[in-house]
Design a protein around this ligand. Structure first.
Ligand code: FES
Ligand code: FES
Length: 158
């Protein structure tokens, strides 16, 4: 007897069909079934933001979403930010401002920051801090991350 469930979803613009265990999370499906390891696995309880992805335009902690719940949805991961392999302005800003130290939190930070900029194209410093409040950085690179988001917003990426 198998407890596998068929799901169809769009990931970074590409239709994907998967057989997933009913208890597997979207994070499991992205990393283990689709090989999209940019999305990071860390706390698994919705506290660190390392697993942040977008579902139908809304960011979520993918460790808290069952893969079957994403059936029929459009999912964007950090791999989807670089159109045709070119870094987005936000990604370039992270690079230019030294926002990535060990880099582990950066995919989640990028997803949260992109969501913020989509909703608030010219955020204030407090709005950036609030927008990224759910994403922890163990390297404490918050200042550089905030600077990068502000630079991307203002088009002053070096
Ligand atoms: S791994 Fe999902 S919030 Fe930490
Ligand atoms: S850059 Fe290391 S955890 Fe954020």
């Amino acid at each position: 007897m198998s407890d596998l469930v068929s799901i169809d979803l769009t990931v970074n613009g590409r239709p994907r069909s998967l057989e997933v265990a009913a208890h597997h999370t979207l994070l499991d499906a992205l990393r283990d079934d689709l090989g999209l390891t940019g999305t990071k696995e860390c706390c698994l309880v919705g506290e660190c933001g390392a697993c942040t992805v977008s579902i139908d335009g809304r960011i979520v902690d993918s460790c808290l979403v069952l893969a079957v719940e994403a059936d029929g949805c459009a999912v964007t991961t950090v791999e989807g930010l670089a159109a045709e392999g070119r870094l987005s302005r936000l990604q370039q800003a992270f690079l230019d401002y030294g926002a990535a130290q060990c880099g582990f939190c950066i995919p989640g930070q990028l997803m949260a920051a992109q969501d913020l900029l989509d909703r608030t194209p010219h955020p204030s410093v407090p709005e950036v801090q609030e927008g990224l409040a759910g994403n922890l950085c163990r390297c404490a690179g918050y200042e550089q991350i905030s600077e990068a988001v502000l630079a991307a917003a203002e088009g002053t990426v070096r």
